[in-house]
Write a protein that binds this ligand. Structure first.
Ligand code: UDP
Ligand code: MG
Length: 312
């Protein structure tokens, strides 16, 4: 069995050497046949020369280098497209996904599981990071049909059938967490303790996480539009009932003059509902706009690995 390890890399010069050593040690200890695919996602530091160096010294190291920063989703996609293994493991470069866990993932694969997820518990994570994520999962699990679990990220082993299934989805707006759940297949979860990032800082700021949450909610289905529809229908019937009641009152006892409060609240409320709905519709149109442009997910500047699918 051949294993493809995929590592997206964006400004990780301080982590690459240690990552390489930990991976090599673990893999050699277990005598795995493997390739290490490093995807340089437009790093602005010295990550690329370090990767190139490793690939000169070690033929198991392959790399793909993008022409600019295309984001982690694109980097993971490029890695999966290039992977030649019977299974792939995606892991972060900052050692927050301990390579020592890979044998456990592989064992579960041998036991017949197609997706083996390493789930981290958030013990020891700062509150300002934990709060938005908790909110994110609460929101997303209520807003869409796909179920996401906190702590289950991209650190996972995917068997060849799962890789092929994921690659068959060629949408432009990729949201991996949802895609893993959507493709299905039998899945096993392994837990590990959260590890703090040692060098450098997280590329995902608070606002990036919010953007990510919105993308996540909108990338599955049209449930938010459905919510707008029901909400609109509800307000419309309430307004109609109100109009009817007032009309009857007017017929019975003449015109009821002081109506300032009701008028202003109706205007403001309806205006708000309309703007909100319009915003959601706009988001979907934005997504359609990007999908119809059919642009590639990434552009490769250079690589020492053959592209299996030049088109993506
Ligand atoms: N990453 C990437 N492109 C980006 C941002 C991040 O390839 O635009 C990589 C990064 O090098 C790391 C992984 O994605 O290997 C996770 O990034 P990070 O540690 O910043 O995220 P966090 O652990 O905070 O979720
Ligand atoms: Mg990290």
């Amino acid at each position: 069995m051949k294993l493809s390890l995929i590592v997206p890399i964006y400004n990780e010069e301080k982590n690459i050497a240690r990552l390489y050593h930990t991976i090599t040690k673990t893999m050699e200890l277990n005598q795995y046949d493997y390739e290490l695919i490093m995807v340089n996602d437009g790093s602005r530091d010295h990550s690329l020369p370090l990767i190139e160096n490793l690939s000169f010294k070690d033929t198991r190291v392959k790399y793909i280098s993008f022409s600019r920063n295309f984001g982690k989703e694109a980097a993971m996609l490029a890695g999966l497209e290039a992977a030649a293994g019977d299974a792939a493991v995606i892991l972060d470069a900052d050692l927050q996904h301990p390579p020592e866990l890979i044998p456990q993932l592989v064992n579960a694969y041998h036991a017949g599981f197609n997706q083996v997820v390493a789930r981290r518990n958030r013990r020891g994570e700062p509150l300002f990071r934990r709060l938005p994520t908790t909110f994110f999962y609460a929101l997303i699990n209520n807003a869409v049909d796909v179920k996401l679990t906190d702590g289950e990220g991209d650190f996972r082993l995917l068997s060849r059938p799962v890789i092929d299934a994921i690659l068959s989805l060629d949408e432009y707006n990729r949201f991996s967490k949802g895609i893993y759940d959507w493709v299905g297949f039998n899945k096993k979860t392994i837990e590990f303790d959260n590890v703090a990032r040692e060098n450098g800082s997280s590329a995902f700021s608070f606002f990036k996480l919010i953007d990510y949450a919105i993308d996540g909610i909108l990338s599955y289905n049209n449930k938010p539009l459905r919510v707008c529809f029901y909400f609109g229908a509800f307000t419309l019937s309430v307004c109609l009932a109100y109009i009817l009641v007032t009309l009857i009152q007017i017929i019975q006892s003449g015109i009821d003059e002081p109506g300032y409060f009701t008028i202003i609240s109706a205007i403001l409320f309806l205006g708000g509902v309309q703007l909100f709905s319009l915003g959601i519709i706009g988001e979907y149109i934005g997504k359609i706009y990007y999908e119809t442009k059919r642009r590639p997910h990434y552009l490769i500047q250079h690589a020492n690995i053959e592209e299996k699918d030049a088109e993506s």
